[in-house]
Design a binder for this molecule. Structure first.
Ligand code: C5P
Length: 221
């Protein structure tokens, strides 16, 4: 994926509360990358589907609902946010207990993943077209395995369960991270895996700054 322009694609994967978002945002700031949180994509889509009356247990009705949703991108600082039918929901709306409880059920559906696949890949071109970005950092569960298997760098973040639970409760969120991880790892389509050849980073014992430093050093070496 590297080009003579130096444009870089960096994939960051890992389970819930392993530090993907804080780490990716800080790296984007330092290296002038466009940051894309694909967990937020699944959350935004789940929020829109729930508002449209969708039920993940009745997947046959979902493709017709998806057809009525228009996806676009809004740039906010270094982050590219998904808008649906011209609207970017507030963080509190996509991180509510209801979305936390349902998102991994919708994310396991093939129709939902197919719907986001091209959109997520297209974000590389969005970053290329904007002069302020030198590359793209995308975080999620299947970025290094499915979305950008040829990314210039692929990282897999992990941490012990106690640290992750503490991070979520510090965020003030009600979230069953172990349950979500289990669903995400066991689903048939695009399960959460450490992509082959990805660089594993244990974020449990390290402060955020050290994780960011470590990853930036690898990218800029
Ligand atoms: O990253 P975050 O915890 O916000 O992700 C919310 C959910 O979105 C995950 O639990 C997972 O079910 C889904 N997801 C996914 N693939 C991605 C990113 C997130 O299935 N690339």
């Amino acid at each position: 994926m590297s080009e003579s322009s130096g444009f870089k694609i960096i994939a960051v994967d890992g389970g819930a509360a392993t530090g993907k978002s804080s780490t990716s945002r800080a790296i984007a700031e330092r290296l002038k990358l466009m940051h894309v949180d694909t967990g937020a994509h699944y959350r935004t889509l789940t929020y829109a589907l729930l508002n449209a009356g969708a039920d993940s247990a009745a997947p046959n009705a979902i493709p017709a609902l998806l057809e009525s949703l228009q996806l676009d991108t809004t740039i906010q600082g270094r982050s590219a946010l998904l808008s649906i039918n011209g609207h970017v929901p507030a963080d509190a709306q996509i991180r509510s207990p209801e979305v936390n409880a349902k998102v991994s059920k919708f994310a396991a559906l093939e129709s939902v993943r197919e719907f986001l696949f091209q959109y997520q890949r297209s974000q590389a071109q969005v970053a290329r077209d904007l002069a302020e970005f030198t590359g793209l950092i995308m975080e999620g569960r299947d970025i290094g395995s499915i979305i950008f298997p040829n990314a210039d760098f692929r990282f897999f973040l992990f941490a012990d369960e106690a640290t992750r639970a503490a991070r979520r409760s510090n965020d003030g969120q009600t979230d069953s991270i172990a349950e979500r991880d289990k669903r995400d790892s066991q689903r048939k389509t695009a399960p959460l895996v450490c992509p082959e050849g990805a660089i594993r980073v244990d974020t449990g014992p390290l402060p955020l700054e050290s994780v960011v430093e470590h990853i930036c050093a690898i990218i800029t070496a």
